[in-house]
Design a binder for this molecule. Structure first.
Ligand code: GDD
Ligand code: MG
Length: 361
């Protein structure tokens, strides 16, 4: 089987993390966001993954060899000269998607969603209904930021409304599809929104179906959702008694610590914390509801709460960082400073406190 992942888009809502790397390569718990998807696709029997790319493709490309080997898949980049939206990339990659594809099917993923990827159920259901596409849906309380789906009891979609201005329903497009290659002919060779132009047309033709997702789901394309998504992911691992989670007297709730990280026994960690490769956490530090990316150092007695700390940064002694702060890559926060909800750009050295929530420094 084949798959395409839409890894274009500028990831502006996840800045400053996306100033150094494309959104799909941002670390999420134990691996980059996109690699969670590659792992799930490989597990479902996909042998060839096409990455639809338009931005910082060189940075993605250099990772590919490692993941091809690790997951036993072939990864091919389909590069756009201009952003082709969410539908145009499928048309652009038509030859790649149809070549040697006897089944005539492919998975298509938005690159910023995280869940338990129920791909086997998706495949079975798609084969059972005979339509041209199946979308995975999930329920949210605030649907206006998403594509809303109205369907009948058999799962046939009657209406697809992208980012509705008025309330239509709570079942939303989770950004995971299984499509017949025949649908590519519905897309013209120009920037196209699959959600606004193609799905409504397929629904009107009675060719589009939906399967509900059971379990957690999050679009992690902005910091509060990223932190919530990591909490949901870690709790999901906890429910499944996953051996990647840490345990000990200084660990509270769901916590993931990379085996190469060094965390002092006198540091209190959790709940909902992920600590990446080669991270050092010194004694007396307190970290909760936060993600600490690889190669970062958290010095003695630092306090970090509801914060994302990028790669290769240093958080000084007795510093306090909280309230949806995002510290980018290669930042130094000096000792005894307070950072309240600010976004710190890459390569900065911070030597004063920022009390105002929402500052960009
Ligand atoms: N290759 C390529 N080219 N990819 C793109 C482009 C482009 O020009 N523009 C966006 N993408 C990718 C993004 O990187 C992302 O993986 C995906 O397409 C969706 O774009 P987002 O910008 O994240 O869309 P959204 O979150 O507002 O809405 C989409 O996702 C929701 C679920 O999270 C829609 O598909 C909604 O219907 C859906 O509910
Ligand atoms: Mg998104």
């Amino acid at each position: 089987m084949k798959a395409i992942i839409l890894v274009g888009g500028f990831g502006t809502r996840l800045r400053p993390l996306t100033l150094s790397v494309p959104k799909s390569i941002v670390d999420f718990c134990d691996k980059p966001i996109m690699v969670h998807q590659i792992a799930a696709l490989a597990e479902a029997g996909v042998k060839e993954i096409i990455l639809a790319i338009n931005y910082q493709s060189d940075k993605i490309q250099k990772y590919l060899d490692v993941y091809e080997k690790e997951y036993g898949v072939k990864i091919i980049c389909s590069k756009e000269d201009e952003p082709m939206g969410t539908g145009g990339p499928l048309r652009l990659a038509k030859d790649l998607l149809t070549k040697d594809n006897e089944e005539g099917l492919f998975f298509c993923f938005n690159s910023d969603v995280i869940c338990n990827f129920p791909l086997k159920e998706l495949l079975e259901f798609h084969k059972s209904h005979g339509g041209e596409g199946t979308l995975v849906t999930t329920k949210v309380e605030e649907p206006s930021r998403f594509g809303v789906i109205l369907s009948d009891e058999a799962g046939k979609i009657n209406e697809f409304v992208e980012k509705p201005q008025v309330f239509v329903g709570n079942d939303i497009n989770a950004g995971l599809y299984l499509l017949n290659t025949s649908m590519i002919d519905r897309i013209e060779e120009r920037p196209t929104s699959i959600e606004r132009e193609i799905f409504p047309q397929m629904a009107a033709d009675g060719k589009l179906y939906t399967i509900p997702l059971h379990g957690f789901w999050k679009d992690i394309g902005q910091p509060p959702d990223f932190l919530k998504g990591s909490e949901l992911y870690l709790n999901h691992l906890e429910e499944n008694k996953d051996e990647r989670l840490a345990h000990g007297d200084n660990i509270r709730g769901s916590v993931m610590i990379h085996p190469t990280a060094t965390v002092s026994e006198d540091a209190l960690i959790g709940p909902n914390v992920s600590i990446g490769e080669n991270v050092v956490v010194e004694s007396g530090a307190r970290i909760k509801n936060s993600c600490i990316f690889p190669d970062t150092k958290v010095c003695k007695n630092a306090f970090i709460s509801e914060t994302i700390v990028g790669r290769g940064s240093t958080i000084g002694k007795w510093s306090r960082i909280e309230n949806l702060a995002v510290i980018a890559d290669d930042v130094v926060v000096k000792d005894e400073l307070f950072i309240n909800g600010s976004k710190i750009l890459p390569h900065k050295s911070i030597d004063k406190s920022y009390y105002q929530n929402g500052d960009i420094i």
